[in-house]
Design a protein around this ligand. Structure first.
Ligand SMILES: *Cc1c(COP(=O)(O)O)cnc(C)c1O
Length: 358
């Protein structure tokens, strides 16, 4: 892939870390590539970050063929910049494209596009503790017609956003609410993909939970509303009677790379994670009898998000006295240590973007 580069004539500047927040500040450039049936993927380019013009009839606005990814670049103490398992994101992007009948990419091109863009905007990778550069690749259909005749034109774009520390005062437990009305996804649907529509379908439950003072919803399966699936846009794990349990990937759950990394990490420690169906009855009875020792969400944005309380059918159950548990803390320290290069990476998960300080 031969990427052309057009430099932004009016480059901006990385704001102070404490003003970054999440996903509202963007870097000087973006990566763009076009697809048509005739030319396939073509014209890969890095251009100044700017609005894009599309026909109001573009199919993405009407039929929501859009999929995305999320990963991060981390600046290490020596100034070098590293990605975390980018090939996993490239493969998952293809799996999402395949489900939505969007054109797939060569995963090596996807990783190279990410690497090249981060290299161009390397001055935007913050260095303060807990900060990183969030990378958002996305693919969407742009056929300018309302007839549903498949997807023949698409775009692949990557944008970058410097993000602050998720937990500026260390890991902080959150309160979550079991959602018993809305469902996020069903088997045979799109739950295992990062398609935009999944998040649109989650908004109402998220808003209702927020109104009641909960930061996320805990989703149940879409058929029986009996089994635990995910927490907000994170995978979820529990420690019950000494064993770490996470819902098995049944098709309606997003196969998180953080989830996968934790499973591989714990296996290497000789304490395997139990991937299985976990019913809400089992979870609530373990919360009642005290065998629920810890609960936490896992995902790229926060890495680990401890759960301090669970609400279900009008009752609230405190988990681990609203404190961070030893397992969640250990996983957070180990995984972020690998990502920021302060701990060894025996798995070869980190991929350098640049070797030297800018
Ligand atoms: C992105 C996402 C996750 C976490 O995936 P990671 O690869 O670990 O970031 C989990 N659940 C949902 C619904 C997601 O969108």
């Amino acid at each position: 892939m031969n990427i052309s580069i057009t430099k932004n004539p009016r480059p901006g500047k990385l704001p102070p870390s404490d003003t970054l927040g999440f996903g509202s500040i963007f870097t000087d450039h973006m990566f763009v590539m076009d697809y048509t049936d005739k030319d396939k993927w073509h014209n890969p380019r890095i251009v100044p970050f700017a609005p894009i013009a599309l026909s109001p009839a573009a199919s993405v606005f009407h039929y929501a063929a859009e999929v995305f990814e999320g990963l991060k670049a981390y600046r290490w103490k020596d100034g070098s910049i590293h990605l975390f398992r980018p090939m996993e994101n490239a493969l998952r992007l293809n799996s999402s494209c395949e489900r939505m009948a969007l054109p797939q990419l060569d995963p090596k091109d996807t990783v190279e596009a990410i690497r090249a863009l981060v290299e161009v905007d390397q001055a935007w990778v913050p260095s303060d503790p807990g900060t990183s550069l969030y990378i958002r690749p996305f693919v969407f259909s742009i056929d300018p017609e309302l007839a549903l005749h498949g997807i023949h034109q698409a775009m692949f774009i990557i944008i970058l956003s410097p993000v602050g520390s998720y937990f500026s005062e260390g890991l902080k437990p959150v309160k979550i609410m079991l959602e018993t009305e809305d469902v996020r996804a069903v088997r045979g649907g799109t739950g295992y993909t990062k398609c935009g529509g999944n998040y649109a379908a989650s908004n109402r439950a998220g808003d209702r939970a927020m109104e009641k003072g909960y930061s996320q919803v805990l989703w149940l399966d879409g058929v029986e509303r009996k089994y635990i699936e995910e927490v907000g846009a994170m995978n979820v794990m529990f420690r019950i009677a000494g064993k770490v349990v996470t819902p098995a990937l049944t098709g309606s759950i997003l196969p998180g790379i953080t989830r996968k990394s934790i499973i591989e990490l714990m296996k290497s420690w000789g304490t395997p994670v139990d991937e299985r169906l976990l019913s809400v009855d089992e979870l609530i009875s373990s919360a009642k009898d005290g065998s629920l020792e810890e609960a936490w969400g896992v995902g790229t944005a926060a890495v680990i998000s401890p759960i301090g309380a669970l609400a279900y059918e009008g009752k609230e159950y405190t988990v681990n006295g609203f404190n961070i548990g030893a397992t969640s803390q250990k996983l957070y320290d180990e995984l972020t240590g690998i990502q920021w290069g302060t701990r060894p990476d025996p798995f070869g998960w980190t991929v350098p973007v640049t070797k030297e300080r800018v």
